[in-house]
Design a protein around this ligand. Structure first.
Ligand SMILES: [Zn+2]
Length: 405
C-alpha cells in the first residue's frame, strides 16, 4: 500500500510539475501580408494547417491600417476607439482599461505561462509589457532567429501561450512594394513560411503534444499598396485569418464586403459604417484575442465575448460558441453566425446532399419556418423577417439551437 501511495504521489507530482492545462495557444503574426499575395505565394507549411482550420482569405481590416493600432487590436480584442492607439507612435493608449488578452487570461488563471517573440520592439515595449512571463526581442527581418527563439519557448513543458511575430514581409513591402506581382514580396512571404515550418515542427515535436489541445492562429495586421499602408484601399484592408486545431470548425469562410468596412475616416469611429451581419460572418482583428483568450480560459466556462467588465469587441470562433458552431449529431454540419440577425449560413452539407435530406428550421412552438434540400455544400437562410427567439435547426441527424436576435 505504501508503494501505491508513493507511486500516486510521484504521479501527481509529475502531472502538476508540468503544464497547468492542456488548452494552449500559438499565435503566428506575419506583418503586412496582403491576401492576394498570400494566396499566390507558395506556403506549404502554413497551407498544411488548412485541412484542420477555420480560415478566410476574405477578412477585412476594420480599423486604422498601421501596425501599431492593428496589433493592439489583435492583442486586446477591442477596436482603436477603445484602446486609443492610432499610430505607431503609441502617443495615446488605454491599456489600463483594455489590456492585452494574456492579462485578462491571468485574471482567470494566474499561473498561465505566456511568451512573446517579436521582431518589432513596440509589441513588447508598448502594447504588452504586462501579461508575458517571457519576452524575446529579435532584430527586424530575423526570420530564423525568431523561429529559433520560438522553438526554445515551445520546448518548455509548461508553455501555455506563445506569440511569434515576423516582420520580413512588411519590411520587404516598404522597401520594394506590396504587390503580388513583386517577386521579392512573394519571396518574403515564402521565406517566412519556411520559418513558420520550423516553429510548427517544434510544436508537433513536443513530447506531450498528443495530449494537448493547441489552437494555432496565423494572422496578419494589414496589406499595403505601393510602398505604404495606413489608408483605406482594398489592397491595404483585404487580409486573411486562420485558426487551426480541434477547437474550431474546419471550413473556409467566404465573405467579402470591402465597401462597408471602412470605419475610421478622419480618425472618427463611425459605427454606422459597419455591416454587422457581414462582420459576424468574417473573422476580424478583435476576434484573434477573444478566440485565443476563450481557448485559454475555456474550462472556466467564462465566455470572454460576454464578460461585461472586459468590454471586448471581438467574437470567439471556438466550436459550440457564438461563432461557427458544429452542431450535434454525426454529421459535420456547421451553422453560423449564432446568434444570427439577418442571414444564417449552414455549411458542410455533403451528407445532406448525398442523402437528399432537407435542412429545416423550426420555431420554438414547433412551426417549420424554413425547409430546403441543399444542392451545394452551403446554404444561407434569410432570417431578417423571423421573430426573435430560439429556433431548432435540423439537417439529417444533426440538430442545433439557433438564436435569432
Ligand atoms: Zn504592420
Amino acid at each position: 500500500m505504501k508503494t501505491f501511495y508513493a507511486t500516486l504521489f510521484l504521479l501527481l507530482a509529475f502531472l502538476f510539475s508540468f503544464s497547468s492545462q492542456n488548452r494552449k495557444v500559438l499565435i503566428i503574426g506575419i506583418d503586412g501580408t496582403r491576401s492576394d499575395a498570400f494566396q499566390q505565394a507558395n506556403t506549404p507549411h502554413i497551407d498544411g494547417l488548412l485541412p484542420n482550420s477555420l480560415y478566410s482569405y476574405d477578412s477585412w481590416h476594420t480599423g486604422i491600417s498601421w501596425s501599431g493600432p492593428s496589433w493592439t487590436t489583435i492583442l486586446t480584442g477591442v477596436q482603436w476607439n477603445k484602446h486609443l492607439v492610432t499610430s505607431n507612435a503609441f502617443a495615446t493608449s488605454d491599456f489600463a482599461t483594455y489590456p492585452p488578452f494574456p492579462v485578462l487570461a491571468k485574471q482567470i488563471y494566474p499561473n498561465l505561462n505566456c511568451s512573446i517573440v517579436a521582431e518589432w520592439d513596440p509589441l513588447v515595449d508598448y502594447i504588452s509589457p504586462a501579461g508575458w512571463n517571457h519576452a524575446v526581442k529579435v532584430p527586424d527581418m530575423s526570420n530564423w532567429p525568431t523561429a529559433d527563439s520560438a522553438v526554445v519557448e515551445l520546448q518548455k513543458p509548461d508553455i501555455d501561450l506563445l506569440f511569434a511575430y515576423f516582420d520580413k514581409v512588411d519590411m520587404t513591402g516598404h522597401y520594394t512594394t506590396f504587390s503580388p506581382t513583386n517577386p521579392l514580396y512573394i519571396s518574403a512571404i515564402q521565406s517566412v513560411d519556411s520559418a513558420v515550418g520550423e516553429v510548427l515542427d517544434a510544436l508537433y515535436a513536443r513530447p506531450t503534444y498528443s495530449s494537448e489541445n493547441w489552437l494555432i492562429l496565423v494572422v496578419t495586421d494589414h496589406g499595403g499598396t505601393g510602398y505604404m499602408h495606413g489608408g483605406n484601399s482594398i489592397e491595404e484592408r483585404h487580409i486573411w485569418w486562420m485558426a487551426s486545431g480541434s477547437a474550431v470548425a474546419h471550413q473556409q469562410i467566404n465573405e467579402a464586403d470591402p465597401g462597408t468596412y471602412n470605419c475610421h475616416a478622419n480618425n472618427v469611429f463611425d459605427t454606422t459604417c459597419v455591416n454587422k451581419t457581414l462582420m459576424k460572418q468574417s473573422p476580424t482583428h478583435p476576434d484573434v484575442a477573444v478566440t485565443a483568450l476563450h481557448h485559454l480560459i475555456y474550462e472556466s466556462g467564462i465566455n470572454p465575448e460576454t464578460k461585461p467588465e472586459w468590454h471586448l469587441d471581438g467574437k470567439s470562433w471556438l466550436l459550440n460558441q457564438t461563432g461557427v458552431k458544429e452542431i450535434a449529431g454525426n454529421e459535420n454540419v456547421s451553422v453560423y453566425p449564432n446568434p444570427v440577425a439577418a442571414e444564417l449560413t449552414v455549411g458542410n452539407l455533403q451528407l445532406a446532399i448525398a442523402n437528399k435530406t432537407p435542412v429545416e428550421l423550426f420555431s420554438s412552438d414547433g412551426r417549420k419556418v424554413f425547409s430546403a434540400v441543399p444542392v451545394s455544400e452551403k446554404i444561407t437562410i434569410n432570417t431578417a423577417s423571423f421573430a426573435k427567439g430560439i429556433y431548432l435547426l435540423k439537417a439529417g441527424t444533426a440538430n442545433s439551437k439557433v438564436v435569432v436576435e
